[in-house]
Design a protein around this ligand. Structure first.
Ligand code: 5GP
Length: 234
């Protein structure tokens, strides 16, 4: 598949046109940023690992009936996806208190939540991705109520599928962020599912195996991403 014009370069990925209408090529970069771009770095091998890990999760979810943008992995750090009209809402699902939820609600990091918590954040670098609710989404006309119904249900099903799959691999799915988009009137799961966008803890030791190692300068970032991949396929 030919790599055409670059349409977009984000913090962790580049998107290219391909020879086929409606199909884009995603290239995963080794660049890492945190805290709305204030912290920058590179994690060697990250692009390749996130591509492989995301492709693995997308295949699993498709197999379990979730409609995603994923088409096929075409290179070490490249996948083909269906072009989406991205809905500018980051959907976060949480099983265990960590990160901004622990801070906002004053919960100790690691507190198990009695049920999953779904949150929405407005995707806006300028505003620093503020927490929003269904009313804000309606007022800003980011998505219809029907679309948000579908999105919430899909996010919770994705949580159940990934949580069970990871627990069999001795990993706890603490929380994660999803993005959705429209394609031919259908809502598809887009973006990526990787240690950049999820918190994974070792089920026994609670060792962090995700981007928090970069955010909090814990070291061993690449090794952690590799360990996640090893557990998925090992
Ligand atoms: P928190 O709100 O605690 O910072 O993040 C919750 C979860 O969503 C974490 O798994 C985190 O990795 C993911 N997440 C939230 N916002 C972003 C974002 O802008 N970029 C990335 N890569 N992940 C995010």
């Amino acid at each position: 598949m030919q790599k055409g014009e670059m349409l977009y370069e984000g913090k962790a990925k580049k998107i290219y046109r391909t020879g086929e209408p409606g199909v884009y090529l995603v290239e995963y970069k080794d660049d890492a940023t945190a805290f709305n771009g204030l912290k920058k770095g590179t994690i060697s091998g990250k692009g390749e690992l996130n591509n492989k890990i995301s492709a693995h999760f997308f295949r699993l979810l498709e197999h379990r009936g979730i409609a995603t943008h994923f088409l096929e992995q075409v290179g070490d750090r490249e996948m083909l996806v269906r072009a989406l009209e991205i809905i500018p809402v980051e959907v976060v699902v949480r099983n265990i208190a960590a990160g901004s939820l622990a801070k906002r609600l004053g919960l100790a990091e690691g507190t198990a939540l009695p049920r999953p918590v779904v949150e929405y954040y407005y995707k806006s670098d300028e505003l620093g991705d503020p927490l929003i609710n269904d009313d804000h989404i309606a007022v800003l006309e980011l998505a219809s109520a029907e679309e948000m119904n579908v999105i919430r249900k899909m996010a919770l099903v994705v949580n159940e599928i990934l949580r069970e799959y990871l627990s069999e691999r001795n990993l706890e799915l603490v929380d994660f962020k999803l993005e959705f988009g429209r394609s031919d009137g259908e809502i598809l799961l887009g973006d990526e599912i990787s240690p950049d966008t999820c918190r994974f803890w070792d089920a026994q030791t609670k060792e962090k195996l995700d981007k928090d190692r970069f955010r909090r300068d814990l070291g061993g970032v690449e090794e952690a991403y590799q360990e996640v991949w090893r557990r998925l396929v090992g």
